[in-house]
Structure formats: structure tokens, C-alpha cells
Design a protein around this ligand. Structure first.
Ligand SMILES: [Zn+2]
Length: 258
């Protein structure tokens, strides 16, 4: 039986002499593994569609039972060439793809996530701020994983009382009265928690230019990563690479490092 899916390649690994196992995130059916026979050969018509980040329509032969479908043909909609031109953007895209891969299960349809990934890659391809796009994507993934920080009021007493700190273990903002309840709570500026709250409800289709100061960028990253590290048991290879790149960038621009 032939089936057609619209998908984006979030992982592509060599299989045997000449083939590849491709993980697609599809609009219709969530995450799926496909066998792309011969795709490792440069002349193969499956070579381009099997590349990491490719977006296209994938025509597959679904085998009997629960075996992995065979990719018969693919039509590329967008290969995100600009995105691939820069090591920095590629590193962010690889991290985003790996994060999505690790936090989703096979064959669980989620058109919202497909659209989010597609829109994030489009923005990266257009040269938009990769760090902010990454923070928005992470914020949405925290929501998918059910560990979104509570940012409307103090998570402990419900009062709206500033200045807030953020508690990773209690899962949100803490007012000054409740601050002693978490010795590890960290002070956050209003711009940080307000941006985080904005990212939670933000429609990526409407991304304008977001100006974010380096100090706020650092806080955003720290808060989001602390939530991920505390509540998700995952280690991402692409994250270590991204962090190496960021360190090199900071060394090149010492005045940005506050
Ligand atoms: Zn409180």
C-alpha cells in the first residue's frame, strides 16, 4: 500500500552499505521512521530528500504489519539552503530537531508541532535571530512535555507581588514573601519572565523583530535550561556542540559576555 506524508527530516542515519534510516516528523502522523534504500549513493533520487532538515512530500510503501515503511519517492518543498550555509544556524537547527525527536513518540499525530518546526526552520532560513527562535521552540516543548513554568502569579501563594524570583523545583515565579521556601530560587528581571510568558502564548507565524539585551538572553537561557535539566531526563549531543560554539562566539566578543 502506498501512502504519502508531508514531513521534515529530523534524523538521518546510515544503514548498511548504501541505505539510510530517516526519521520524519510528519504533519499527518507525527514521528515516523522510513527506510531509504540506496539513499547514501550521491546519484540516488532519494539522496536529497533524505538529508537532515529537508521538507517535502514522501511517498512510501508501507509493508505488512508494523515494519518500517520503504521510501519510494520524495518531492522536496524546501531544503532550507540558507539555513545550512552557516555552522551556527545548522547547530541550532540540529539541536531543535534532536529536542523534538527526544520528546515525542512515534505515530502520535501533532500538527501543531509540525507547524512549529516548519515555521522555526523557515525563520532560521530567513536569517532571523537563531537564539531567540531556539528559546521560543524550547518554551513550546516544555509545554508539550507538561513542565511549563507558571508565570502569571506566585506559584506558592498565588499573589501578584514583585519582584519575582523563579523556582525550578516549585515550577514558576516566587513572590518576595515565599522566596525563603526555595533556597535555590533565582532572581529574574521583569523583562525575562514577561518574555518567557510571551513565548508560551506566542504565535510564531507573527514573529516580528524582537530586541533582547544580552543579560536577558542569558537569563532566558538559564531559566529554560534549568527547567529542562531538572524535569527532563535527556542528554542531547547537539546541545554540547551548540554550547561549544556559543563559548567560541563569546570569546570573539568579550564585551557581550556580562
Ligand atoms: Zn508567594
Amino acid at each position: 500500500m502506498l501512502v504519502k506524508w508531508e514531513g521534515i527530516v529530523i534524523r538521518s542515519v546510515d544503514y548498511g552499505e548504501s541505505s539510510k534510516v530517516v526519521t520524519l516528523f510528519t504533519r499527518e502522523n507525527g514521528k515516523l521512521g522510513l527506510m531509504a534504500r540506496g539513499a547514501k549513493k550521491t546519484k540516488s533520487r532519494l539522496a536529497a530528500v533524505s538529508q537532515l532538515f529537508s521538507h517535502g512530500y514522501y511517498l512510501c510503501k508501507a509493508g505488512p504489519g508494523t515494519g518500517m515503511p520503504d521510501l519510494s519517492q520524495g518531492d522536496i518543498v524546501n531544503s532550507f539552503r540558507e539555513l545550512r550555509q552557516s555552522l551556527n544556524t545548522t547547530a541550532y537547527a540540529a539541536y531543535i530537531a534532536e529536542l523534538l525527536d527526544r520528546l515525542t513518540h512515534e505515530r502520535e499525530p501533532n500538527p501543531f508541532l509540525f507547524q512549529l518546526l516548519l515555521q522555526t526552520f523557515r525563520h532560521l532560513d530567513e536569517g532571523r535571530d537563531p537564539e531567540i527562535l531556539c528559546r521560543i521552540f524550547e518554551t513550546k516543548m516544555l509545554m508539550v512535555a507538561g513542565i511549563s513554568p507558571q508565570l502569571s502569579a506566585c506559584v506558592n501563594c498565588g499573589a501578584q507581588r514583585e519582584p519575582y524570583a523563579i523556582s525550578v523545583t516549585q515550577g514558576g515565579l516566587l513572590c518576595p514573601v515565599c522566596l525563603p521556601s526555595d533556597p535555590y530560587a533565582r532572581a529574574v528581571t521583569p523583562s525575562t519572565w514577561k518574555l518567557l510568558r510571551l513565548f508560551q502564548v506566542f504565535d510564531l507565524e507573527r514573529l516580528g523583530d524582537i530586541e533582547v539585551k544580552p543579560a536577558t538572553r542569558n537569563q532566558l537561557k538559564h531559566v529554560i535550561r534549568s527547567f529542562m535539566d531538572e524535569h527532563l531526563d535527556i542528554r542531547l549531543k547537539s546541545r554540547s556542540f551548540l554550547e561549544q560554539l556559543e563559548r567560541m562566539e563569546r570569546m570573539a566578543q568579550p564585551d557581550q559576555s556580562d
